[in-house]
Design a protein around this ligand. Structure first.
Ligand code: HSE
Length: 313
């Protein structure tokens, strides 16, 4: 059934999970974006409102991730009508929580609902990637978990490359986001163009250990593998304030391991229960407070539902 207006929610996501650069990602429970879309008489896509971005996101439809993704969808189905998009941002921008992916996914998810849900979630991936590409190139490690939920292996950018991985029952996260935006492109520009063969072997071994640990629900092995990153974290540490201090404080408070969320600067601590995750988040935030840096801290779990179309009240 098609609707005159449709709404959707898309969760925040964390890409990489340490060593799984560009090939692993997970969705976060309880934090994400909403969008409302409806057709309009005039042609073209109008971003009518963006809430929660502090005026920072582009309103021009060719430059906004949500409208570029929506355009790819409309062109694909041959729809000529114009579209209004209202976006409600529920997460900080440029913070390693998949803000651009959420904008892309939430708009496409709402649009799919608007036209009667012709596509499955998986089939929405190519449209969302068009928007994400505007900001940081074609990689699906935020878009895929945002669409599908859970922990996702992203071996490429087609639907066949995307595989859900098991989520251990005791997988909890504490997150601390310093008020220090890191644009993904900057964080990618700083990475080495080549890595030595020995480093490649180390890194692929750790990713394999990580995936194996997920299958065995072995949080200790998982945490150790995530953190043992010889390529990305060493290159990005200069962009992520107080990484060593936050890691130490998180571990003292019981975290299993600490890794950079996506391109940073959010730091994620893997914990094995909710109470520990809550305490760890507070300790991580305290490190920033002592350094007189503003930050947001939260504790959460893996979102298993992914993006969802909502009933309009
Ligand atoms: N895998 C990406 C990166 C995530 O770390 O650069 C950001 O979208």
């Amino acid at each position: 059934m098609a609707f005159s207006r449709a709404e959707a929610f898309a969760p925040a996501t964390v890409a990489n999970l340490g060593v799984g650069f560009d090939i692993l990602g997970l969705a976060l429970e309880g934090i994400g974006d909403r969008a409302i879309v409806d057709f309009r008489d005039d042609p073209g896509i109008a971003i009518t409102d963006i809430h929660g971005d502090g005026g920072k996101l582009p309103r021009e439809s060719e430059q906004n991730v949500a409208s570029v993704s929506a355009r790819a969808f409309l062109d694909h189905i041959g729809e000529k009508r114009g579209l209004n998009i209202q976006l409600f941002k529920g997460m900080p921008l440029a913070s390693g929580l998949g803000s651009s992916a959420a904008s892309a996914v939430v708009a496409v998810m709402a649009l799919n609902k608007l036209v009667g849900e012709p596509f499955s979630r998986e089939e929405l991936l190519p449209f969302c990637l068009e928007g994400e590409a505007l900001v940081s190139g074609y990689h699906a490690d935020n878009v895929a978990p945002c669409l599908l939920g859970g922990i996702v292996l992203v071996a490429g950018i087609t639907v066949d490359d995307i595989r859900p991985l098991p989520v251990p029952a005791d997988f909890h996260l504490a997150l601390a986001t310093p008020d220090f935006p890191v644009p993904t492109n900057d964080a990618r520009a700083i990475l080495p163009a080549d890595v030595p063969l020995k480093t490649l072997i180390h890194q692929t071994g750790k990713v394999a250990q990580l995936v194996d640990a997920l299958h065995r629900s072995d949080l200790k092995a998982l945490g150790a593998a995530m953190e043992d990153d010889h390529v990305i974290e060493p290159a990005r540490v200069c962009l992520v304030p107080m990484l060593a201090e936050v890691r130490e404080a998180a571990k003292r408070a019981g975290a299993v391991s600490v890794f950079i969320g996506g391109a940073g600067p959010t730091l994620c601590a893997l914990c094995d229960n909710a109470a520990t995750a809550e305490g760890v988040a507070a300790q991580m935030q305290q490190v920033y407070s002592k350094a007189r840096m503003d930050s947001a801290a939260r504790h959460t779990r893996v979102d298993l539902r992914g993006a969802t179309a909502l009933d309009i009240a």
